[in-house]
Design a protein around this ligand. Structure first.
Ligand SMILES: NC(=O)c1ccc[n+]([C@@H]2O[C@H](COP(=O)([O-])OP(=O)(O)OC[C@H]3O[C@@H](n4cnc5c(N)ncnc54)[C@H](OP(=O)(O)O)[C@@H]3O)[C@@H](O)[C@H]2O)c1
Length: 325
């Protein structure tokens, strides 16, 4: 659906409109495109108390853009703007009038989504739909965060943004429905799929393994799921670079390299310097409610091409995170 580098710029679309014979008047009706931070005065971050939202709000505040426009970041969560409530979304966006909305709000309890499908679809599909509709009305760009769980895990190489989707669980289905709602209701969108997040301000795999390794001599961790661990600080920087590059369409971002949860746990224990043994087990042993993809490694070459930015390895990102906690 999208070209290799996402959608075109405002100029490109105006040119296309003129070539089609619609003339300058029609071209001027096309909503203004945001091709970098210079065009942005106000940003809304939803789900800002979550692991990514918190990190992103901080990264934006520390950025040169944030330093010059301190009052312009509206970092909100459920209590201030419930994204499942259309009138609340309308009320807040009409008051804040952001040029950019970044949706980090989600129902991320993957097993919990299996037993509460309505809640999963409410937050992960209807939420982005409400945001996209209101963004269209107020001519805001929407960045929507999505997941490697939209894939079925039967791939043989890293998943590219245009690869066929096929979620295995309700969480993945609801996130894919959210992507489609954004694509179908708003031209000016950017969908960033990411995976296996760790970072400050939230319980995550790294903090859990670190805690357990302090308490136990041996840990059992699944070996038959392989993915791309990703540090929220690196993802936040990546989102900022993508905005600067004027990226639109679907992009993948994850730290470089891949591993199983077992290998990830072993590296956490090694970097922490604990003597704890890590034993590999199969997923079946955990009897979790949601099926998970066996392979969900993300190809980030579109990101690198659009931004010109390198992507560091998950091991380096892990070391950085561990040095800060
Ligand atoms: N975590 C991962 O490993 C991972 C992997 C791939 C992709 N992602 C995606 O990355 C994004 C960020 O994930 P995360 O781990 O930072 O999530 P998170 O820590 O669970 O944060 C999500 C935030 O959204 C809030 N929220 C829930 N329902 C809401 C609603 N109706 N309106 C407004 N806010 C609401 C949550 O509040 P409550 O806590 O009160 O519910 C929470 O503060 C999500 O889109 C997720 O799907 C995450």
């Amino acid at each position: 659906m999208h070209g290799q580098d996402g959608r075109g710029t405002r100029t490109a679309r105006m040119v296309v409109a003129q070539i089609l014979g619609e003339g300058v008047k029609k071209a001027m009706e096309i909503p203004p495109s945001i091709s970098g931070w210079d065009d942005i005065v106000s940003v809304v971050i939803t789900g800002a108390r979550g692991m990514l939202g918190r990190e992103l709000a901080g990264a934006l505040q520390r950025s040169s853009w944030g330093q010059s426009r301190r009052q312009a970041i509206h970092a909100c969560d459920l209590d201030e703007m419930d994204i499942t409530n259309p009138s609340e979304v309308e009320k807040q966006i009409s008051a804040w009038r952001p040029q950019l909305v970044i949706n980090c709000a989600a129902q991320t309890d993957v097993d919990g989504c299996e037993s509460n499908r309505a809640r999963a679809f409410g937050v992960n599909a209807d939420g982005p739909l409400n945001l996209a509709r209101v963004c269209r009305r107020y001519r805001s760009k929407l960045i929507h965060i999505s997941t490697d769980f939209v894939f079925d895990g039967r791939g043989h190489g890293p998943y590219r943004p245009d690869d066929e989707t096929g979620p295995l669980n309700v969480y993945g289905e609801s996130k894919l429905a959210g992507e489609r709602a954004v694509q179908q209701n708003l031209d000016e969108h950017l969908i960033v799929r990411t995976a296996w997040l760790f970072g400050s301000g939230g319980k995550n795999f790294v903090s859990t393994i670190r805690q357990l390794a302090q308490e136990r001599d041996q840990l059992e961790v699944v070996k038959d799921q392989v993915g791309s661990p990703t540090y929220t600080a690196d993802l936040s920087e990546a989102i900022i670079h993508l905005v600067q590059a004027g990226a639109e369409g679907i992009y993948h971002f994850a730290n470089a390299g891949n591993c199983s949860w077992y290998e990830f746990a072993r590296e956490i224990v090694r970097q922490c310097g604990y003597p704890t043994k890590v034993k590999p087990i199969g997923s079946a042993k955990l009897k979790r409610a949601a099926r998970r993809p066996a392979w969900s490694v993300l190809d980030v070459s579109r990101y690198k091409k659009a931004t010109g930015q390198p992507v560091r390895s998950w091991q380096q990102a892990l070391a950085d995170y561990l040095s800060k906690i």
